[in-house]
Design a protein around this ligand. Structure first.
Ligand SMILES: Cc1cc2nc3c(=O)[nH]c(=O)nc-3n(C[C@H](O)[C@H](O)[C@H](O)COP(=O)(O)OP(=O)(O)OC[C@H]3O[C@@H](n4cnc5c(N)ncnc54)[C@H](O)[C@@H]3O)c2cc1C
Length: 473
């Protein structure tokens, strides 16, 4: 009886799973395993909402595997050590896994490569999380792109991989040791009352179908309106691999037949968003140091304010800026924040409050169901003007006018900041008269946007000039 291990990582599905399909095709029996991390308590980049989504996804995957005749093993510890132990226990002669795009996953893969060599087993690490990864999209001179638009043009020209089939039958040997499915307590966490989306492959497929059947055609019109729920809500599904990116792309291609101009444009704009995800994957692949320092060398070493009390107010959605507070509270209660509002809140933290983007990056990673190291870092660096944006620091959004432009009726604000329900919409989008609260229980704005904007502009300009003058010395 030939036997392989499939190591589940961020690919928690049976449909169109590259490495799982390869393992099932190559060996008579497959041992599917998920290896839990061992941290307890507070983690810099993880928190209860996303771990709960992981727990729910594993529960659903386990049921799916059982229905196909297999069994999901749960282990905990160092992934390489656990896989080595599993090879010894089962006599497997091959390990299959899908590649991870972030540097932490990559480091484990390097160690696993050495271990597999030592053990004399085959190791198959396959591309799965992206349509195009690593150095597949390069400039004419074979260097990585630094700016999104030319990257997206080159990306669009490449042939896209097609989706594979679903695993419907697999055999796992009996009597292998497994931990029970995890709960939040596995990591020393407690439920925090977040109302999170349904996890699992079926729920993700239903979200995809809902979106491609209709909403994709009004994406352009609605994607910037946080109250409209006009986006796909697939980010956590891509993060955990409940859906394959190939399947999403193929569904969009199917829908691209006989469209009018508006519909075709909407679909194209949506595909462009999927491309942003791969752009940030490749940024992180080529420049893993962005997790520590600014992407643009000119902004490294910039002074940031130290104000823990102000940071707390931002996290709690108590800044006195309704659109900012609505976003921060949506994040706290659901593990999600609309993209437009992510930009508004991130710019507010870095350019109005002058706090370090790394603090916001960390808070988002702890709260977001879709917390994706590459996209989150890219979004934070873009918003703070230190990243890949072609028009960097002087792009400073005004939270009052952003609120008016994208939530004119105040529907989104009132949904997440219920104490403002009775306030007429126009008043939600302008600074209240000095000392006058909008309502008794809602704080006064914690700062004056115009003033802080000027301070930010001076700070960035000064830093930029001094970095450039150092370079020319
Ligand atoms: C400060 C900041 C932090 C962010 N952090 C994350 C994160 O941790 N994880 C994450 O997936 N996205 C992140 N984004 C990007 C974006 O906000 C989310 O992908 C989007 O809101 C998810 O909702 P959706 O699936 O309905 O998006 P849709 O508008 O339906 O987009 C479809 C898909 O395209 C991808 N996508 C869209 N916009 C972006 C983008 N700007 N960058 C990268 N991928 C994108 C996502 O996979 C998304 O699911 C961040 C953006 C900012 C400004």
């Amino acid at each position: 009886m030939t036997l392989a291990i499939h190591w589940f990582r961020r690919d928690l599905r049976l449909t169109d799973n590259t490495a799982l399909n390869a393992a099932v095709a190559a060996r008579e029996q497959v041992v599917p395993v998920y290896i839990l991390s061992t941290w307890k308590g507070v983690h810099r980049w993880t928190g209860a909402p996303r771990q709960q989504f992981l727990v729910d996804s594993l529960t659903s995957l386990s049921a799916g595997l059982a229905a196909a005749g297999g069994r999901l093993l749960i282990r905990q510890g160092d992934a390489v050590a656990e896989l080595e132990a599993l090879v010894a226990e089962t006599g497997a002669d091959a390990i299959y896994a899908n590649r991870d795009p972030d540097p932490f996953g990559r480091a484990v893969e390097t160690r696993l490569f050495q271990a597999a060599k030592r053990l004399g087993v085959e190791l198959h690490l396959l591309k799965d999380a992206a349509l195009h990864e690593r150095s597949e999209v390069l400039t004419g001179s074979q260097t990585p792109f630094r700016v999104f638009t030319p990257f997206s043009r080159a990306w669009a020209k490449l042939d896209k991989p097609l989706p594979g089939t679903a695993v419907t039958r697999l055999k796992t040997p009996a009597n292998l040791r497994s931990l029970p499915l995890p709960t939040l307590a596995t990591w020393g966490l407690e439920p925090d009352g977040s109302e999170i989306l349904e996890a699992g492959e079926k729920a993700a497929q239903a979200r995809l179908e809902r979106f491609v059947e209709n909403a994709v055609f009004s994406y352009v019109e609605k994607r910037d309106l946080p109250a409209a729920e006009g986006t796909s809500r697939l980010s956590q599904d891509l993060r955990f691999g409940l859906l394959s990116i190939r399947k999403i792309y193929a569904r969009l291609q199917e829908r691209s037949q006989s469209l009018n101009e508006t519909q075709a444009r909407s679909l194209q704009v949506y595909i462009n968003e999927l491309c942003w995800r791969e752009f940030y994957f490749q940024v992180l692949w080529h420049k893993p140091e962005v997790l520590e320092v600014e992407y643009s060398e000119d902004y490294r070493g910039m002074p940031w304010k130290n104000d823990p009390a102000a940071f707390e107010r931002w996290c709690a959605g108590q800044t006195g800026f309704p659109i900012v507070d609505a976003g921060m509270r949506q994040l706290r209660q659901t593990g999600f924040m609309h993209n437009r509002v992510r930009m508004i809140t991130a710019m507010f933290l870095t350019k109005d409050m002058h706090l370090d983007w790394r603090m916001g990056e960390q808070w988002f990673m702890q709260r977001l169901l879709d917390g994706e190291i590459a996209s989150n870092n890219g979004g934070w660096q873009w918003s703070s003007g230190t990243g890949t944006d072609a028009a960097p620091y002087f792009r400073i959004q005004n939270p009052w006018t952003q609120g008016l432009r994208f939530d004119a009726a105040g529907e989104y604000i009132k949904r997440w900041v219920p104490e403002l329900k009775a306030v007429p919409a126009p008043r939600l989008h302008q600074p209240p008269s000095p000392g006058m609260r909008l309502v008794r229980d809602y704080p006064l704005p914690m700062l004056d946007h115009a003033q802080e904007r000027d301070i930010a502009l001076k700070k960035y300009k000064l830093h930029l000039e001094s970095s450039r003058s150092v370079k020319t010395l």
